[in-house]
Design a binder for this molecule. Structure first.
Ligand code: B16
Ligand code: MG
Length: 217
């Protein structure tokens, strides 16, 4: 059996239910711009960077915008998003996550965050869970968005591990692809019908331990 030593966790949609706040903030901006934007469209935004998200929304309505306008709209969306997450509460940590992380650490696994978000520090501090991670790689440390594997390759390096020794946990199609592009196993968190390329898919972490995951891979 393969010896896994490191676990790389996406943040939004895996650790905490912030995906709904991203959606609400993008929806408000899309409404203001008069662009139709649905929950289905929102699936394509998961895991991708802020600017890439705006570009996907503009593409829905075949809109173009100058670089300055794009930046102003990204700032507007982020200001609204931050106003939501400033009030995040501990119960918004997804069920079973803290127990899963604590148990895996006790069993000797190294744990890193691998998120596209530039707001991850704010979120982890607000939820009081920063200390559950050995390393934090987020949108402030990467230059290329998922599905590029940069965020997860940097995560494995920060943990001092080979990519093949790490397992990625992801809720986004782009994140599953990023893990595979980096040579890592990818466990999808969510629906099998959406995360078709994942090596395994779990609905969440409730009642699950790292031993259960390893047995599936
Ligand atoms: P921010 P993850 C991603 O976080 C989100 O899934 C994605 O919807 C968002 O656009 C991206 O972070 C950037 O977030 O605007 O906060 O920098 O899923 O990679 O943890
Ligand atoms: Mg995510």
């Amino acid at each position: 059996m393969k010896q896994y030593k490191g676990l790389l966790f996406d943040l939004d949609g895996v650790i905490v239910d912030t995906a709904k706040y991203h959606y609400l903030a993008w929806k408000a901006l899309a409404d203001e711009l008069g662009i139709p934007f649905s929950q289905t469209d929102n699936e394509r935004l998961k895991g991708v960077s802020r600017m890439a998200s705006l570009e996907i929304i503009l593409e829905i309505d075949k809109r173009t915008m100058s670089k300055e306008e794009k930046e102003a709209n990204c700032t507007k969306k982020n200001d609204l998003y931050v106003s939501y997450i400033k009030n995040l509460e501990k119960h918004e940590i997804l069920p079973g996550v803290e127990a899963f992380l604590t148990d895996a650490r006790e069993k000797g696994y190294k744990i890193a965050l691998g998120s596209a978000s530039k707001n991850s520090g704010l979120i982890l501090d607000r939820l009081g869970i920063r200390s559950l991670f050995d390393e934090i790689i987020d949108g402030t440390k990467v230059t290329i968005a998922k599905p590029d594997p940069e965020v997860f390759v940097k995560g494995s390096e920060a943990l001092g591990l080979e990519v093949g020794e790490c397992i990625v946990f992801e809720d986004a199609i782009a994140g599953i692809e990023a893990a595979h592009n980096g040579g890592m196993k990818a466990v999808g968190i969510g629906l099998k019908s959406i995360l078709v390329k994942a090596d395994e898919v779990l609905p969440g972490f409730k009642g699950i331990t790292i031993d259960d995951v390893i047995a599936l891979l």
